[in-house]
Design a binder for this molecule. Structure first.
Ligand code: FCA
Length: 329
């Protein structure tokens, strides 16, 4: 019986050949899920959803942090030594794409990106790596439209409103979203000269707060402000800065993107804040779908499609619990 046969070099060679040449047996699949900001609710939920799917389907998911290039490369080494066949990653810097792909190829591991797409040396997306992420420009436009509608509901004159645009132009994911929002705002009659940039170093609340504070002090002649950015964490940084400057919630309309725990906590506060809403996207779906795509690729050899784009729903203080349930968050 085969179970009792000691593996000879020949059988080892054969089984290696089988592993490399065809699909993996379903019961020994292990994948990594590496994220750039492991403490952010969006990414916690994404990793949790991937793990949950693994439990349902019978594969294991190793959750890892990759906050800089060094940490990502050691995470990949670590996954390889544990026998993982591939990983899903939201990279800390999209320009690390070629280095990450190299390392994965060296180990024969499959890679899928989630949320932030790898860029090649010429700044173009690396098409050979399957990606799943938001449709950035469209979701940005939804942000701009939601802001314009709320300005109208509050009876604000678009000519005398300022915008705090928290930007991160190094990251295409971010630029697409803020560009979409800007375009929708301009179409609604917003004055271009009243849009002020606050370039953030990072995609989190504290870097947005630091970027936003000086903008309010510099343009103290405006009574009404709108705030947008690539995500709700950053918009929250802007809203906190507006409070510190002395603006009240009825003077501020901030609309974010994500619909994660950061927004739930804000909507659960007793009194409304300047954080009016957020375009909620299902981080549960992002985590499950990418893990599932990778699992299918490993077990059947079917490579997922190059790019999958997801959409969002406006979540406010009024409907957040309903939207959360609808999106399985
Ligand atoms: C980027 C942002 C995250 C989230 C994700 C979908 O990675 O930094 O906050 O919006 O895209």
């Amino acid at each position: 019986m085969i179970r009792f046969v000691k593996p000879s070099l020949l059988t080892l060679g054969l089984s290696l050949g089988v592993c490399m040449g065809s699909a993996q047996a379903q019961d020994d699949v292990k994948i990594g899920f590496i994220v750039k900001k492991p403490e952010q609710a969006w990414f916690i939920n994404e990793q949790k959803a991937a793990t949950q799917l693994g439990e349902e389907k019978g594969f294991s998911v190793v959750r890892l942090a990759g906050e800089d290039g060094q940490q990502v490369l050691s995470a990949i080494d670590n996954l390889h030594s544990q026998g993982a066949q591939g990983f899903v990653i939201c990279p800390p810097d999209v320009r690390l794409g070629p280095a990450i792909v190299n390392r994965a190829e060296r180990y024969g591991m499959k890679v899928i990106t989630v949320d932030d797409r790898f860029l090649g040396p010429g700044g173009e997306p690396i098409e050979s790596v399957p990606h799943l992420g938001m449709s950035g420009y469209k979701i940005g436009q939804q942000v701009g439209k939601a802001i314009a509608a709320e300005m109208k509901a509050r009876g604000w004159d678009p000519k005398s409103v300022a915008a705090l645009r928290i930007t991160n132009y190094e990251l295409p994911t971010a630029k697409e979203r803020t560009d979409g929002a800007t375009q929708a705002l301009l179409e609604s009659g917003f004055v271009k000269a009243n849009i002020f940039d606050a370039p953030q170093q990072n995609t989190d609340t504290s870097s947005a707060f630091a970027a936003a504070s000086p903008v309010f002090s510099k343009h103290g002649n405006f009574d009404h402000w709108v705030i947008y950015a690539l995500n709700e964490e950053s918009v929250l940084g802007g809203v906190r800065a507006s409070e510190q400057y002395g603006l009240s919630p009825d003077q501020v309309i901030g609309v974010g993107i994500n619909g994660s725990g950061a927004a739930f906590a804000e909507f659960s506060r007793k009194n409304p804040t300047g954080f009016y809403g957020t375009m909620a996207v299902s981080s549960t779906m992002h985590g499950r779908q990418t893990a599932d795509n990778l699992y299918t690729w490993i077990t059947t050899g079917d490579k997922p499609k190059a790019n999958t784009e997801t959409t969002g729903t406006l979540m406010t203080r009024e409907n957040w619990q309903e939207v959360r349930d609808d999106l399985g968050l």
